[in-house]
Design a binder for this molecule. Structure first.
Ligand SMILES: Cc1ncc(COP(=O)(O)O)c(C=O)c1O
Length: 496
């Protein structure tokens, strides 16, 4: 049984003028807190000294109350560690299951919530998202991350902490990190920017959200890629926008189709370097066409550049933002793929005239980003660890990608079509007619094979079925077995 090291005092007040003795008031308050489940089995109880001090009374009534609670089995004590709510009460205390909390029926007058809640699908984890390993999406090779360097930088930061670092920070983020990112983006991604245009956010998702709050109104028509990134769609739906699914082909977003469907869209959300999930790189002519449309229509382009550090057969593709001469592109990047996703650090390069709007919205949302990891990350980049890590990981992921492609070709021949294996940490395979990806994914999960189906990436009817296979978190040695398992799941009778 996990013990909580809280030692928080429950809300107890004692009335010195009451007829009821003090020890009895304290005993009743603890008993009520335990029976009412505000204090739970295994949780630490404050020391008698601390509680007496807090209540402003002598220690004796507290000692007496604790002695009785111990004698009756509500408390247990461990020498040297203090007193805890007894774990033998578990039977009498219902488990605090998340599900039972959610399904609690509350009888009352109407309990209205915002309409946008009903625009979002219920948050749940489908079968293919439960496990870790082949071929879970959005996993990085965390075992290859230089944690010894990272933890040294964290320790150094903590040792040299300035008291001013504990105060609220700049809503745009920590200047040193913004400068470091600016140097990286100009050199490696051909982004046109000054550090003062860069805002630090908690991953691309927050950047998408802030951009929608600044640029879009409820009902604004917005182009999204079809198929596309489901979290962009969910964020735009929550903002009440009208989603216009624009097809993608081997050249990326079909701009002419978008213009035909809705010329006056307020914005286009695109991933031109490595379209998600089909992996196309937007061609130069499409890029120019998209920029031209945005300039003529007075629209915005939000560029999601989430994983383009990892391109295997050629140099990384320059950003769309770098081609933009009319400041129509909002450029978003993240450290989720290039470092690790729980870091929750990303950035937005904002057109100069929009900086004040982004700043106001951000400040109203969450004031400013947390300081610790911004400072550590700035040092990680400035001391050369970041560029070294990218170089190393490009080779490591390149090897995984190559093994995966070889194994798929060997096991499946021309049955599966490969898409987007040139970059990033995933590739997509499409299935011949007759296969249903969701059903196969559910079947595969029962064998601990995690296949993200392609069809839910479509807003409209899915024109293809397939799987988006993440290879970031799979070791080269595991890949052949996992592909063989994929074959067994897909073609059970032929695999025997
Ligand atoms: C298309 C796309 N954009 C962005 C991200 C990264 O999001 P975040 O920075 O919020 O972790 C992902 C992660 O899988 C993605 O697939």
């Amino acid at each position: 049984m996990k013990t909580a090291a809280s030692g928080f005092s429950p809300l107890i007040s004692v009335d010195r003028s009451a007829a009821k003795p003090l020890y009895s008031q304290i005993y009743d308050a603890f008993r009520a807190a335990i029976v009412g489940r505000n204090l739970r089995a295994g949780e630490r109880i404050p020391s008698t000294r601390a509680l007496a001090l807090e209540l402003g009374i002598s220690r004796i009534p507290v000692l007496n109350a604790y002695a009785q609670l111990l004698a009756e089995g509500y408390f247990t004590s461990r020498s040297g560690s203090g007193s805890f709510v007894s774990t033998s009460l578990l039977g009498r205390q219902e488990p605090a299951e998340e599900r039972s909390v959610r399904s609690t029926r509350i009888r009352s007058t109407p309990r209205p919530v915002a309409q946008r809640c009903s625009l979002l699908p219920r948050y749940e984890r489908p079968a293919w998202l439960i496990g870790k390993g082949a071929f879970t999406l959005s996993q990085t090779a965390v075992d290859a991350f230089p944690f010894h360097v990272w933890s040294k930088l964290v320790a150094r930061y903590c040792k040299n902490l300035h008291l001013s670092d504990l105060q609220y920070g700049d809503p745009m983020g920590f200047r040193e990190l913004r400068e470091a990112i600016g140097i990286y983006l100009r050199a490696a991604r051909s982004v046109r920017c000054e550090w003062s245009q860069i805002m630090i956010v908690s991953g691309s998702q927050q950047a998408l959200d802030i951009s929608a709050r600044v640029l879009l109104d409820a009902g604004s028509p917005v182009w999204v890629e079809e198929p596309g990134y489901w979290l962009t769609r969910e964020m735009l739906s929550a903002a009440g926008c009208r989603l216009v699914p624009v097809p993608v082909d081997d050249d990326g977003l079909d701009v002419s189709a978008g213009i035909k469907q809705c010329r006056d869209a307020r914005a286009a959300y695109v991933a031109p370097s490595h379209q998600y999930p089909l992996g196309a790189t937007m061609s130069a002519s499409r890029r120019l066409q998209l920029l031209d449309w945005a300039q003529r229509a007075g629209s915005w382009i939000v560029e999601d550049d989430y994983d383009s550090e990892y391109r295997f057969d050629s140099k990384p593709i320059a950003s769309l933002q770098g081609l933009d001469h009319s400041s129509r592109v909002i450029y978003i990047g993240t450290f989720s793929k290039v470092l690790f996703p729980s870091l929750r650090v990303g950035y937005v390069v904002i057109p100069p005239d929009l900086v004040d709007h982004f700043l106001s919205v951000r400040h109203a949302m969450d004031v400013s980003p947390p300081h610790l990891y911004q400072a550590v990350l700035a040092n990680f980049i400035n001391e050369g660890h970041f560029s070294r890590h990218i170089r190393r990981m490009r080779l490591a992921y390149g090897e995984r990608r190559e093994i995966l492609v070889d194994c798929i070709e060997k096991e499946f021949g021309s049955l599966l079509q490969l898409h987007g294996a040139e970059a990033g940490l995933h590739l997509t395979v499409t299935l011949p007619k007759g296969y249903r990806d969701r059903a196969i994914s559910a079947r595969a999960s029962r064998r601990s094979l995690w296949l993200w189906p392609l069809s839910p990436a479509y807003l409209g009817a899915a024109s293809r079925q397939g799987f988006i296979l993440g290879f970031g978190g799979v070791t080269p040695a595991e890949i052949p077995t996992a592909v063989r398992k994929l074959r067994e799941v897909l073609m059970p009778e032929r695999s025997r």
